[in-house]
Ligand binder design. Sequence first.
Ligand SMILES: Cc1cc2nc3c(=O)[nH]c(=O)nc-3n(C[C@H](O)[C@H](O)[C@H](O)COP(=O)(O)OP(=O)(O)OC[C@H]3O[C@@H](n4cnc5c(N)ncnc54)[C@H](O)[C@@H]3O)c2cc1C
Length: 454
Amino acid sequence: MAAALHAANEGASVALIEADDKLGGSTALSGGVYYAAGTSVQRERGIDDDTPDAMFEYYMTLNQYRVEASLARKLCDHAAEKLEWLKTLGVNFPAESLYSSGVESIPRGHAAHGRGAEIAEVLDREVSKNNIDVVLGSRLEELVIDPDGRVTGVRVGGDVITSHAVILATGGFGANPYYLNQYYPDAAEQHDKAWYIGSPHCQGDGLQLGQEAGADIVGYNRGILLTTPDFKKELEVFVPGWLTYVNREGRRFINEMAEYAVMSGVIKAQTGGSCFAIFDEEARRTAKPNKQYEDAFAAGIISLNWIADEIDAQIKTGKVIQADTLEGLETKCGIRPGSLTATYDKYNRDIKSGEDSMFFKDHNEMKPVETAPFYAVEILPAIICLTSTGLRINSQTQVLDERGQPIRGLYAAGETTGNVLGERYIGGGNSITNAIVFGAIAGVEATKEARRNS
Ligand SMILES: Cc1cc2nc3c(=O)[nH]c(=O)nc-3n(C[C@H](O)[C@H](O)[C@H](O)COP(=O)(O)OP(=O)(O)OC[C@H]3O[C@@H](n4cnc5c(N)ncnc54)[C@H](O)[C@@H]3O)c2cc1C
């Protein structure tokens, strides 16, 4: 939609082809967090010293420079401008909802009031106000490619639509098990424990269509996996602070309330690629959800994993492992013998002293692990939120072939591309900013090419 609107604004004649019977894709299902530096929303909160330069430095450093600087630069330079564009169209990014959605010291996560649905609805409304032909319920299956390799249109159903340029913005491939096996083994290896929370229409068609035109695929094994205790298909991104996480060495390794942008990568890096949530009888008995969910849970709008009834039910299934001693848990979970007592002696001492001396978790959220029986639950990075293996583009969003040459007439933006998002998700909002910023660039650049060719 961002691409179509920018192309239309440049004077192009645009057809927007959508597989679903409505526009919005995974964006509409998302949290609606947008990542940007130097915005009016930040200034409203009194933050007037953040810049695209600082965001770029953070982007590159977090990714240890293993990400294409030209694309990161474009993303950082245009993120604020496109946030202002969304605001002008009517998306509400309240200043009080601005937060640090990664590990940055300056808050850059701009949460849309009505989550991703609001962003999608506002864009959809804008599309309908413009002269854009929207074709719903039509899955694009083939590109028309002329003998010298130029993309000259698309085939939808039995019809050919000719065009001077095509932009692929088909999202990720979380709904395609074959592509998960091929490109995202960290997700595929979770087998039946893995589940996808994005649009079922996001099957990686952009990768296949691009490849048919000779596109290079990059960003192997990248994406975001959210964590789950595998109780049921319940997305609970923020866990309560009374949970503690230990690895198989019996050590804590992270603030259990850390942002999801970093959590699954750190869990994945532990021996065995998972960890155990450990708590005691008192915590089970008084289990309360993370504050972010309290109201919705009390109002009956959502159900949750980390509540006493659910834990009790999962004790019966064996997914919550119970033992009378910490040593007993070590044996049942395959955790290094003798490690947990030392870990929880320290943790319980930290609670008394009022500071999590290792990981700085909010000490008001911590509960001692001292009353038998003790419980452990394996935590898996298995909920597929987004994929980021995809088409290789340049900073004009032209799709590149394996020699790094642009495929004439072919552009791509968003989750279908593979070299904007790096190994590290820089924070909530990285992906929507990618879709909007590069969608906008694609709309402008594709129109320029269409004009040259017409
Ligand atoms: C639950 C959830 C929460 C998230 N929260 C956030 C967040 O807060 N912030 C953030 O930055 N990211 C978030 N993400 C990730 C983010 O939403 C997506 O990565 C991003 O919105 C992708 O945008 P896109 O335009 O590339 O793809 P989409 O929004 O998925 O759009 C792709 C569209 O292409 C259509 N399509 C696919 N194949 C074809 C075809 N062959 N022919 C025609 N149409 C086709 C699809 O139906 C879909 O409408 C979240 C994801 C999920 C699932």
